[in-house]
Design a protein around this ligand. Structure first.
Ligand SMILES: NC(=O)c1ccc[n+]([C@@H]2O[C@H](COP(=O)([O-])OP(=O)(O)OC[C@H]3O[C@@H](n4cnc5c(N)ncnc54)[C@H](O)[C@@H]3O)[C@@H](O)[C@H]2O)c1
Length: 322
């Protein structure tokens, strides 16, 4: 089977591709290696993928002409669409870019899927669509009509576009709402990597709010298992459209999170307190009963084990490099 993975040099993309290759399928990867996060980290994530089963296009999903050529020259069975401009705070600084990549880019892929009769599609959405949802845990049935960042708006728009293509063209689509993903080879703009890096280098860290804000952190291997289960679901079922949360369904307060990283690094953190940032959510917490039932999703990794793995990887591969 030939699987197109967009954003394949990214954090989730590269881990997903590794698993797909292990399963014996072939991957066509599109990534533009943009400078949001160090491009060297992106190169290193994919450096040892075998050339015979892994084809890389350094291309931008906003460029429809280039995408048309890629779809023309490759026989694609399934699309896992992960490419996006990620990050809430940056989206407030540059909403037009986020809209161009995350909304128009997603339409480009759906449109080419339609044109080439590729029915099966998995889309990476985000817990950010829940905005200021007061009710926890967040369920797929909760209203998501009040996003609080441009990033969240683009992800919701992506889900709605997926539904439109499912409805009009019988595409089989699962949209996955990831809840803060972390682990080895993670993103440099996100707290797990950023805090690890700063504490390891004896630099102060900025803590937004009083440390009681809570996140449902999901370990990368658990996310990948959910992505592949969603891929199997769209392949094995006809005319399906589903939205599923992929989280760990356990939250950890920011202060405790910083404490664990410091403990594994054997360092004392220097904390600078800052006010909560616009667009930030006070809590994310996933109800994962739907993904469990529909996809057999069952996250296995505790925050302690996951953060230990992240810190070990950082010390071996990333310290002083990125
Ligand atoms: N990591 C998380 O915690 C998290 C949470 C919720 C949702 N998501 C979503 O999951 C997906 C993967 O996230 P990630 O953490 O791996 O992010 P990432 O930034 O590591 O990966 C995204 C990849 O897409 C590529 N890309 C960006 N714009 C592109 C464009 N115009 N053309 C081609 N490639 C482009 C980037 O170079 C990058 O390698 C994204 O859609 C993100 O919005 C991630």
């Amino acid at each position: 089977m030939n699987i197109l993975v967009t954003g394949g040099a990214g954090f989730v993309g590269s881990h997903t591709i590794r698993k797909i290759l292990e399963r014996g399928d072939k991957v066509i990867c599109i990534d533009d290696f943009n400078g949001f996060n160090n491009p060297l980290l992106k190169e290193d994530r994919i450096r040892d993928f075998p050339a015979d089963n892994f084809k890389l296009y350094r291309a931008n999903i906003t460029d429809f002409k280039v995408l048309e050529n890629i779809f023309e020259y490759n026989d694609i069975d399934l699309i896992i669409h992960l490419a996006a401009r990620a990050g809430v705070r940056n989206s407030i600084a540059d909403p037009r870019l986020y809209s161009e990549v995350n909304v128009a880019g997603t339409i480009h892929l759906l449109e080419l899927a339609k044109k080439h009769d590729i029915k099966d599609f998995v889309f990476a959405s985000s817990s950010s669509v829940y905005g200021g949802n007061k009710k926890v845990p967040f369920s797929e049935e909760d209203a998501v009509d009040y996003p609080i960042s441009p990033y969240a708006t683009t992800k919701r728009a992506g889900e709605l576009s997926c539904h439109t293509y499912h409805h009009l063209f019988d595409m089989n689509i699962v949209c996955l709402r990831f809840f803060t993903v972390y682990g080895p080879w993670g993103r440099m703009d996100m707290a797990p990597y950023k805090f690890t890096d700063l504490i390891a280098n004896d630099q102060p860290i900025e803590m937004y709010g009083d440390g009681t804000s809570e996140r449902d952190y999901t370990y990368i291997d658990d996310i990948v298992s959910g992505v592949l289960a969603a891929a199997d679901h769209v392949q094995q079922n006809k005319k399906v459209f589903e939205i599923c949360n992929l989280g760990n369904s356990q939250t950890i307060p920011l202060k405790k999170f910083i404490g664990l990283i410091s403990q594994y690094l054997d360092k004392k953190p220097k904390i600078i307190k800052k006010p909560m940032q616009p667009g930030d959510m006070k809590i994310t917490y996933a109800d994962i009963s739907k993904a469990k039932k529909l996809l057999g999703y069952n996250p296995q990794t505790s925050i302690e084990e996951g953060l230990k793995n992240l810190v070990e990887w950082y010390q071996k591969e990333a310290f002083g490099k990125y």
